[in-house]
Design a protein around this ligand. Structure first.
Ligand code: NAP
Length: 475
């Protein structure tokens, strides 16, 4: 069956205009011709600007990854997917509203929260989730614009690419970030930071890191920052040897680390900042400072680790030896976690929507008709942005199979959702609105380039109200 019963296009809402949502919309729009079907697709986002993780999660000094926006821009520019930004599904529009207006809903809401870390002291002032810091330096409209950068020594927990991003941004000389799209207050904050030492701590060994080779090597490109490694951390068990043999990525990264260890012996000049990489360190407690009366200050003053040893399988066991490091800030980069969507079955252990191949399931394992998931909210926060394309293909494949039995929307008219938004006073933004905001940010970049020493392509507009005003301005 090519269309819904009354021969109108099948109405599909995609929630989340990050890469997962845009890829899914793109694949669905292109499927129309091949499968002789018609879809009318609305792509919602809670932020006034599209591109989700690429705009608000990728580090500003990663222009290659930020460049994926160009491909997403092309998709949206075709005009067969309608963007409705600045709309919060849950408060502005309920799940029931979506069901009333669309025959199918695809959730592509990603994973934006930090995994919780259950150790004493995690609540102290100076203990931060990496996701929050990333949102701050990427100019996220919903995060406070101030960030306390007053620590000289910092610990970053985790051996994934987010830990590398956070440690690199914290340790980089701020003028090296000026050519990126960081907002002015982020540059000012980083420029005033007294940081001298950033320590990255992994709980397993050098052959168990979750980094990727390019991102690891990039650490050595920061000016005036020395990488420091510790020989006693270079331990390899049988599983490590196997990983080095079977994975080129692991082999490359272990070689990179081993070369850095050798090179540091030959270093003749010291840089003003140091980036330390520690392995086999399991965090057990964040330590609180004490004032002169012996009272707790409520602030981070250090972190305690248990020394771990490899157990042969690539996992670790505790040795019972502990070591404290004086640090005034701790960043926990131990993974992201998806957020629950009211009324949609959620796997609270994995932080994903319960689903099979992208079909959202209820508690009994039955498909919730017309409901789908794609991207990190479908499979969890692992993998690079390109991997979400495969995800979207699978999810859209399921939707295409189900087209004939989708629950029918009561208000399928394309205008009816706009009328609903307007009746509720929702200041929604559109693709045309994004083009205006994009042009505005690029012009701010050109202005800054003329008046400063550094070429800046874009200066991001951060306050939500300004983003909405510029996007909705009449030409
Ligand atoms: P990740 O790759 O899953 O790494 C999480 C790290 O945290 C692992 O080293 C893990 O160690 C450690 N960890 C977990 N729980 C811990 C605990 N309780 N105590 C100490 N350490 C703990 O997660 P991510 O860094 O958030 O990255 C998410 C995804 O985004 C990844 O696929 C990543 O490649 C991607 N990403 C890519 C880029 C890029 O520039 N290309 C940038 C950012 C993110 P174990 O291995 O021992 O569990």
């Amino acid at each position: 069956m090519s269309e819904t019963l009354n021969s109108r296009p099948t109405r599909v809402a995609v929630v989340g205009a990050g890469p997962a949502g845009v890829y899914a919309s793109d694949i669905l729009a292109k499927a129309q011709k091949k499968h002789n079907m018609r879809f009318s697709i609305d792509l919602f986002d809670r932020y006034p600007a599209p591109f989700g993780l690429i705009r608000y999660g990728v580090a500003p000094d990663h222009p290659r990854i930020k460049g994926i926006i160009k491909a997403l821009h092309k998709v949206m520019d075709r005009g067969d997917v309608r963007l409705l930004g600045n709309v919060d599904i849950g408060s502005d529009v309920s799940i029931e509203d979506l069901r009333a207006h669309y025959d199918a809903v695809i959730f592509a809401t990603g994973a934006i929260k930090d995994v919780e870390m259950d150790i004493p002291g995690v609540e102290l002032e100076g203990s931060f989730g990496a996701a929050d810091f990333v949102s701050w330096y990427d100019g996220h409209p919903d995060y406070p614009r101030d960030w306390p950068l007053d620590a000289e020594q910092v610990a970053v927990i985790g051996n994934g690419n987010v830990a590398l991003d956070v440690a690199r941004v914290l340790s980089k000389q701020p003028h090296d970030l000026l050519s990126t799209e960081i907002p002015e207050n982020v540059y000012q904050g980083l420029a005033a930071s007294p940081v001298t030492d950033v320590h990255i701590f992994g709980r397993r060994g050098p052959a168990q890191v979750k980094f990727t080779p390019l991102e690891l090597r990039e650490l050595s490109h920061s000016e005036d920052v020395d990488i420091v490694l510790y020989e006693e951390d270079f331990d390899f068990d049988e599983a490590s040897d196997e990983a080095i043999k079977s994975s080129n990525q692991i082999k490359t990264m272990v070689n990179t680390l081993a070369n850095w260890l050798i090179e540091q012996e030959e270093r003749t000049e010291e840089s003003s900042r140091k980036l330390h990489l520690h392995f086999l360190h399991q965090p057990v407690k964040i330590l609180e400072g004490q004032d002169s009366n012996g009272e707790g200050t409520g602030k981070v003053a250090g972190i305690r680790f248990e020394r771990m040893e490899l157990d042969g399988s690539g996992n670790v066991t505790g040795t019972g030896e502990y070591q404290d490091y004086p640090v005034q800030a701790v960043y926990r980069a131990i993974g992201y976690f998806g957020s629950e969507i009211n009324g949609i079955p959620f796997d609270s252990k994995r932080g994903v929507l319960l689903n099979e191949a992208g079909r959202v399931l209820d508690e009994e394992g039955r498909h919730v008709p017309g409901t789908y998931a794609t991207g990190w909210i479908k499979r969890g926060p692992v993998g690079l942005i390109g991997h979400t394309k495969g995800d979207a293909l699978e999810t859209i494949g399921c939707l295409l199979e189900d087209v004939g039995r989708l629950p029918q929307a009561q208000n399928p008219d394309e205008d009816s959702i706009i009328e609903l938004l307007e009746s509720r006073g929702v200041e929604y933004t559109t693709w045309e609105g994004w083009l205006k905001l994009d042009e505005h940010e690029l012009s701010l970049g050109a202005e800054a380039s003329e008046s400063g020493e550094v070429q800046r392509e874009r200066v991001k507009v951060v306050p939500r109200a300004d983003m909405v005003r510029i996007s909705r301005a009449q030409r």
